[in-house]
Write a protein that binds this ligand. Structure first.
Ligand code: UTP
Length: 281
């Protein structure tokens, strides 16, 4: 089954970027000269998906403006003969001209699962790709395409996984797995921020998924946790407890995390050093 849509939730509070995130959502912080959200959109686009639904907070409706044409600016740059920046702007706009962008609103930051549930009408009865707004995979084959390929063979939700050093796992969502093929696993249990004694694999969850309609069913029925949030990982765990199958795929590529200041800086320098325009300097 083809996957035609991707959901990108960007309505989180981004508290780890305060005070910057009071005025700028973390998805617009750049790696080198490009905002994180653009890498994520390009990853979806390169995976062959043309429709993107952003889940935004009430203050973020302007996100679509970033990817839209700016005719007034073009006119002004033409008049002022700013040829090179005009070309840069036009090349950028050209890149996204075949994409269809829309948004749904998450009125309150009720958790990543709650955010995704807001887009359930847009997803309809089809499976969809989901990418969080702060996880980039730098790879030859785009990450979402890798996950979609797995989905096509197993027809169940697919979660993106990555192996990291054991000592770092307690800060992540860890998984108990059964290996079924190279890089492919059946997920048995998800443990958010595990104690060292609970860790049974090197794999943790990256914020990229293929979700099936039944996940949306569970998300809609889910009750908020003690913190008042609906968390996708907890909903997956409930599905697993009820005997549903969820696959995990160990993604190929470099994981560039952008969820907190230190990770973002690391990812920033990775991209800046790699870029022939900036790297050497
Ligand atoms: P995070 O777990 O990184 O949370 O969200 P956050 O709120 O953005 O950041 P911190 O923890 O306060 O620093 C993972 C993804 O889910 C989205 C975020 O925008 C991010 O892309 N999200 C999270 C929502 O869209 N809504 C929410 O209520 C929570």
């Amino acid at each position: 089954m083809e996957i035609k849509k991707a959901i990108i939730p960007v309505a989180g509070l981004g508290t780890r970027f305060l005070p910057l995130s009071k005025v700028l959502s973390k998805e617009f912080i750049p790696l080198a000269d490009k905002p994180v959200i653009q890498y994520i959109v390009e990853e979806v686009q390169k995976s062959g998906i043309k429709e993107i639904v952003f889940v935004v907070s009430p203050g973020q409706k302007a996100i679509l403006s970033y990817f839209k044409k700016s005719p007034d600016l073009e006119k002004l740059l033409t008049k002022r003969k700013k040829d090179s920046v005009l070309k840069e702007l036009k090349d950028f706009q050209e890149k996204f001209k075949d994409m269809e962008f829309s948004f749904v609103l998450q009125k309150e930051p009720g958790g990543d699962g709650h955010a995704i549930a807001q887009a359930s009408k847009m997803a309809g009865k089809d499976p969809v790709a989901v990418s969080f707004g702060d996880d980039i995979i730098d790879s030859d084959q785009p990450a979402i395409e890798q996950l979609v390929e797995i989905f096509k063979t197993c027809n169940a939700p697919v979660v993106c996984l990555k192996a990291i050093p054991r000592e770092k796992i307690p800060a992540y969502g860890s998984v108990v797995v059964e290996k079924i093929a190279s890089r492919l696993y059946k997920i048995k249990k998800i443990i958010e921020k595990p104690e060292p004694s609970q860790i049974s694999s090197d794999l943790v969850i990256v914020g990229k998924y293929v979700l099936t309609p039944d996940v949306f069913g569970y998300l809609k029925k889910a009750k908020p946790s003690k913190k008042g949030e609906i968390i996708l990982a907890e909903v997956f765990d409930k599905m697993l407890n009820e005997g549903k199958t969820i696959y995990g795929y160990e993604i190929k590529g470099e994981w560039l995390e952008c969820g907190d200041k230190q990770k973002w800086l690391k990812s920033f320098f990775y991209m800046a050093l790699k870029d022939p325009r900036f790297g050497e300097e």
